[in-house]
Design a protein around this ligand. Structure first.
Ligand code: FE2
Length: 246
């Protein structure tokens, strides 16, 4: 499928545990393009004490990657974002780094520690929404408190959080339990967005083409396009109504 969006990947080089060199970053861009991806939001980790690239370094890396993307193809569009790790400073960090919300929108990609509790997730979601920031929850399939309680996930979605999973998880790369959970989300129309969460050429490679084919076979072309093109387009086009894509 041509025109796919990748809303979550670690392709900017040297900022986190993703691409290490410019060459690797270029190869990953080419891989994405070959897979039909035409819009990529780069989301390097921001986590205090672990991944703390400066704003200047991130912007420099982005401008270079944008030039490289233009050389690969005129219709490969790239945007800047960030994957914010939730700790006690999350609101302050989001406020300081608003320019790294997804593609300059009011959507911010956030991740939690694996054993996060329902209360912590709910508090952060409500807190962000009170600032009119829309939380996009990265790889919800990782969190026990969400996997084990579908009604909690429904609550989060109704509050206005956007639910995302990694493409690999949908296809079973993280085991059958996670695969079943992801498919349950899709069947119940609770999933909003899908990211590759690509980190490199060898492990955690871009895989959105495989995911699109899988979804197309299982759920049809219309719904696949909604998840992998239409919903992310709402973010990059800056339409701000938090419930528009439901
Ligand atoms: Fe990630």
């Amino acid at each position: 499928m041509i025109g796919l969006y990748d809303i979550h990947c670690h392709i900017l080089p040297g900022l986190d545990d993703g691409a290490r060199t410019t060459e690797e970053s270029i190869d990953l861009l080419k891989m994405e393009y070959r897979q039909g991806v035409r819009h990529i939001i780069f989301t390097p980790h921001f986590r205090q004490g672990m991944f703390e690239a400066t704003k200047e370094d991130i912007e420099r890396a982005f401008l270079n990657a944008k030039k490289n993307a233009e050389k690969i193809a005129g219709d490969l569009n790239v945007y800047l974002g960030c994957e914010f790790y939730v700790d006690s400073h999350i609101i302050e960090n989001l406020e300081n780094r608003k320019k790294f919300f997804l593609a300059n929108s009011n959507y911010a990609l956030i991740e939690f520690r694996i054993d996060v509790s329902e209360d912590e997730v709910r508090n952060v979601v409500c807190n962000m929404l009170s600032y009119n920031w829309i939380p996009v929850l990265a790889h919800v399939e990782r969190y026990n408190c969400i996997r084990k309680n579908m009604s909690f996930l429904i609550d989060l979605s109704e509050l206005g959080a956007k639910i995302s999973v990694n493409a690999g998880s949908i296809m079973g790369k993280n085991g059958i339990i996670v695969k079943k959970f992801c498919n349950k989300l899709i069947k119940n129309r609770l999933l909003d967005l899908i990211g590759s969460d690509a980190h490199g050429q060898k492990t955690r490679k871009p895989n959105l083409d495989l995911c699109a084919s899988y979804l197309e076979k299982k759920y049809g072309v219309f719904y696949t396009k909604k998840l992998m093109i239409k919903n992310p387009q709402i973010i990059t086009e800056g339409r701000l109504n938090s419930n528009e894509e439901k």
